[in-house]
Every structure is written in structure tokens, then in C-alpha cells.
Write a protein of this length. Structure first.
Length: 225
């Protein structure tokens, strides 16, 4: 919602920067219309039960502050939740793209809360570059740790690269590995499956050798009788 309000240049109505002008001001009517429009957007984004509890808010900022007080998490609690989700996240039944999307979303959300301070001075020790690289490597290892064991070989090859590749490059390598597996799987079973072929042969009267042998033995026994 905050992104949508910012895109429409209406974020000031919830952060207080677009304050209400005096009632006699010529801008008051325009501000009131915009304020009511933002309130309407916020109410429509809420569940019915929650919207009914804030429907009488007179300003968008008042409504927003009320929601933040009731449902906003402290930074510490949110950091704990995100770190726990990252530690528990594994590829499982997801493909590489889906797994990467999940972990990337958690990283981005963590970055919005993390107080990671970058060096802004003009020093020549390259501390800034090294700090950024260390954080990227840490996340690369975290991404690789969550992969299924079937990607053990690809994971080992990536970890042997020196220096470690970027997460984007590692993702591209894993996507190539996944595509190659799909191609090999298709080549292994071209066309119809063996079960389908066997069923079709049975319908056409083409019995397997074992069944034909039984029929021949039955005919021989009848002749002896």
C-alpha cells in the first residue's frame, strides 16, 4: 500500500507531510477530496472487520497511525521472524526460480529493516567493497545450503569458484543445470510411456511373452487329454 501511495504522490497524507490547510484556505477542498480518496483506498485494502473499526477516522494519517499501533511489529520482532524464515527455508518441491524468489523476498524485506552501515569515506583500504562482498558471499552460501541434495554436484562446483560468484551468476548456473535435467528427462522417455504402450498392446491383442507361453501350454495339455 505504501508503494501505491508513493506512486500516486499521496504518501504525504499518511506520514503527515501533507498537513491539512486552514478551513478558510482555497486549498482546503482539494486537500479534503484527496484525503478522503486515500482513506477510501486504505479501507478497501483492509478486511471487513478491521475496516469497520477505523471507518470513522477523519484523516488518512489518523487511520494509518491507528493501524500501525495495533498491527505494526517492532523492528526486533520482525528481524527475528525474517531470520527464522530464512533459516528454515529450503528448496523442497519448488523449482530453482520459485526457491530463489522466496529467499530474495526475505532478503529484500530484511534489507529494509537492517541497519547495515556502509563506509562513505574516500579511503583506499577497500573496506567498503570487502564488506559488501562478504555480505553477498554470506547470502550465496545461505542460498546454496537450502538446495536439495540432488544439486550437491552443482553446489560443489559453485563453491569451488574463486572468488565466489555473485548470487545472480550462481542462479544462472543452477538454472542451466535444471534445464539440462529437464532435457535429459524428456530424451529418456520420448513419446508414450511404457505403461501406456503395454496397455495399448494388450487392447490390440498383443499379449506379453509370458501370457503367450501360458496359452501354448494350455493348448498342449488339451491335446494330451
Amino acid at each position: 500500500m505504501l508503494i501505491a501511495l508513493t506512486a500516486k504522490n499521496k504518501a504525504g497524507f499518511i506520514d503527515g507531510s501533507s498537513s491539512e490547510p486552514a478551513a478558510e484556505s482555497e486549498f482546503h477542498k482539494a486537500w479534503s477530496r484527496a484525503n478522503n480518496m486515500v482513506i477510501s483506498w486504505l479501507l478497501n485494502s483492509l478486511s471487513r472487520e478491521i475496516s469497520e473499526s477505523v471507518i470513522y477516522s477523519t484523516t488518512a494519517k489518523e487511520l494509518w497511525v491507528d493501524l500501525e499501533a495495533r498491527f505494526g511489529q517492532s523492528s526486533g520482532a520482525k528481524l527475528f521472524q525474517l531470520q527464522k524464515e530464512l533459516n528454515d527455508l529450503v528448496q523442497g518441491s519448488s523449482d530453482i526460480a520459485t526457491y530463489y524468489t522466496k529467499i530474495k523476498r526475505l532478503w529484500d524485506e530484511l534489507d529494509s529493516l537492517d541497519a547495515f552501515v556502509l563506509c562513505l569515506c574516500n579511503c583506499t583500504c577497500e573496506a567498503k567493497r570487502k564488506n559488501i562482498k562478504a555480505k553477498q558471499d554470506e547470502r550465496l552460501v545461505q542460498f546454496l545450503m537450502g538446495l536439495n541434495d540432488s544439486y550437491c554436484g552443482a553446489r560443489g562446483n559453485i563453491l569451488m569458484i574463486s572468488p565466489l560468484p555473485t548470487i545472480a551468476n550462481a542462479y544462472a548456473l543452477l538454472m542451466q543445470e535444471e534445464k539440462q535435467r529437464e532435457m535429459h528427462s524428456t530424451a529418456k522417455y520420448p513419446g508414450e510411456s511404457s505403461a501406456f504402450i503395454a496397455a495399448k498392446q494388450d487392447m490390440n491383442g498383443q499379449r506379453p511373452p509370458g501370457n503367450n507361453f501360458r496359452g501354448q501350454r494350455y493348448a498342449v495339455d488339451n491335446k494330451k487329454a
